[in-house]
Structure formats: C-alpha cells, structure tokens
Design a protein around this ligand. Structure first.
Ligand code: AVJ
Length: 328
C-alpha cells in the first residue's frame, strides 16, 4: 500500500444492534396490514444486490445506462454549476462506480479534497475508500456506515462547498410524504454554498416502463421474489417463492411503477421469528416496491415545497432520466 493512504481514510460505523428488531417490527406491520406490503430495502442481501447488478445490464432497464451517460458527458458542467465544491458526499455510495466521473471532474477543476460515502455496507465502504485514495492522490475519505433513513444528520460540514449526491433514482422508492420529508431533511443540512445532486427517472410511455421492470429474462422477477428468501432466512419463514408471481404495472395516475408479488394459490405462511402465521388468498397481491417517475415540473414543485431552489437540470439525449441540482 502506498504511504499515507491509511491516514487518509476514516470510516465511522453507526449501525446499532437494533437493526434486527426493527426489521421484525416493520415486516410484522406489513404482513398484517390490508393490503399487505413489504419495504424494498429488504431486496438487498448479497443475492439481491447481485440480481440488481444484473438488472442494470438488462437491455430493457435503461435508467443506469442513462444516468451513466449523463455523468460521462456532463460531470464537468455539473461540477461547474455546483460551484466547484471541495467535498463530494454520496448517499448510498456502494462501489462508487458512477461517482468516479464526478470525482475526476472535481480533480480536473482543482477543487477536490474530500469524499464522504454513506452506505449500509461496511465492507463495500472500506473497499471503495481504499481504491479511491489510490486512484485520487491526496483525497481524504470520511465514510459513514449508516442507515440513510436515520443518519443523514451525521454528514460532516464542508469547507468550500459540498455536493451531496443521491444517484440511481432510489428516491423514487419513497412515497410522496416520505420523499418530501427526506428532501426537507437534506434542505436542513445544506449551507448556501452546498448543492444537492439528485438522480430521478422520468415519466415515459407505459410499455417501456413495464418492460424495464418485467424483463424477458426474468431477472427482475427473481429480484422481487428474493425478498421472500430474505424473510425466510432472517425471520424463520417458510415462504415458497415460486408460489408467487412477479407483477409490475405502471400507475399512470400516480406516475409510478407498482411492483407486487401475487399469490398463485391460497396459502398459509409461517414466520417462526415473528411467531406469526399469515394467510394469502388466491390471487392476493402484496406490494414490494414503488418506483416513482418524475417530470421536471413535479420535481421542482417538490423542491420548492421544502425550501429548495432548482439549480440545474441535466438529462441524457433521449430525456429518459435526469440529474438535477438544488440549493437552499
Ligand atoms: C434501485 C430503486 C432505483 O426503482 O428502478 C429495479 C430498483 N426495482 N428494478 C428502481 C429496481 C426493480 C431501482 N432502484
């Protein structure tokens, strides 16, 4: 390892022992509600994360490619429009594949000093930090292993402006109330010289959206059913994932994908870890995810509602996906 890199990395872990109990509470609430519902964050165990990686490479799933296209072509412009910040904060950083475009643009502009990745996985955050301090000499990494739902307020203050990036379109998983709540919390963190950089999928033809979430190879169906494997393992369940069918419909009214699991037949499921027995009627649907699609007007109205000001709008040439900047 080249000299000095270890001191350039500091990663604080804020995940407590309460995570399992929280999951148990949330799953119980979802499975005893009418209609039944599970939170999309439970897709992402190791297998689920691998399946999502496969989704991003499917011919039908355009958002990842569209976002990469914008970052590849326009990161220099984005960094300039954001006022050449010294710190890049990334919410849900993962392996930081797309982040490198922004870091390189900041380096080339001469403003790069610090990268602050926030992620739920300690392993990935450590690996990514090590790779980045090697790739960007002089870079300081201050990572936070935490749950974005609770720990946003732990983000360190910046010296010469922070760019707070939330990429991938993950904000689309939140219901409108939770989305405004999240944006309001980000707004409360922003200093005048800081900018939010948000990735959002855009409204388009229903057929393309439904194909993106119900691919011919069946990868998204497996990804959806993976939540049942997770519940079986974590909560002692006996779900038969193959007795559920993947359903992905575009809700034009709410402008969002509505993703569900439909029971192929009447069945009873036992979850020992919750001491709970759950009945499914034949054809009963359980929502596992929403994925909201935006227009520029809709998103900018959301921004204004929480005191954020639109400060930039970047799309791919096909206008399938947008990266937008906002400030306080
Ligand atoms: C990772 C939340 C952005 O909503 O498009 C992909 C997840 N679900 N296919 C999305 C997902 C089904 C994805 N996000």
């Amino acid at each position: 390892m080249p000299g000095g890199t270890a001191e350039a990395i500091e990663i604080a872990v804020h995940l407590g022992p309460g995570e399992a109990a929280k999951m148990a509470r949330e799953v119980r609430r979802g499975l005893t509600a009418t209609p039944k519902e599970l939170a999309p964050k439970y897709f992402y165990d190791e297998r689920g994360s691998q399946l999502f990686e496969q989704i991003t490479e499917l011919p039908e799933y355009y958002p990842t490619r569209a976002e990469r296209e914008i970052l590849t072509a326009r990161s220099a412009e984005i960094v300039a429009a954001a006022g050449e910040p010294s710190t890049l904060v990334e919410l849900g950083s993962g392996s930081a594949a797309k982040t490198r475009h922004l870091l390189s643009a900041m380096r080339d502009a001469g403003c790069l000093s610090t990268y602050v990745p926030l992620d739920i996985s300690a392993e990935i955050t450590h690996e990514t930090a090590r790779a980045l301090v090697d790739e960007y000499p002089g870079l300081v990494v201050r990572g936070l292993v935490c749950d974005l739902e609770h720990d946003l307020e732990l983000i360190p203050t910046g010296e010469n402006g922070r760019l707070i990036a939330f990429l991938g379109g993950t904000i689309g998983n939140l219901y409108p109330d939770a989305r405004r709540n999240f944006l309001a919390r980000v707004a409360a963190l922003l200093e005048p010289e800081d900018r939010l950089l948000l990735g959002t999928d855009l409204v388009k033809e229903a057929a393309r959206l439904e194909a993106a979430y119900d691919d011919a190879a069946g990868v998204t169906a497996e990804f959806n059913k993976n939540v049942l494997h997770v519940l079986n393992r974590e909560l002692g369940g006996d779900f038969d994932p193959e007795s559920f069918e993947h359903v992905a419909r575009y809700d034009r009214e709410a402008t969002r994908m509505d993703i569900r699991l439909r029971a192929r037949a009447e069945q009873t499921v036992r979850l020992d870890g919750l001491d709970l027995t759950v009945h499914f009627a034949a054809g009963e649907e359980m929502r596992t995810e929403i994925s909201s699609k935006f227009t520029r007007d809709r998103l900018e109205a959301d921004y204004r509602e929480v005191g954020l000001r639109p400060a930039g709008w970047f799309t791919d040439p096909a206008a399938d996906y947008a990266l937008s900047l906002a400030s306080v």
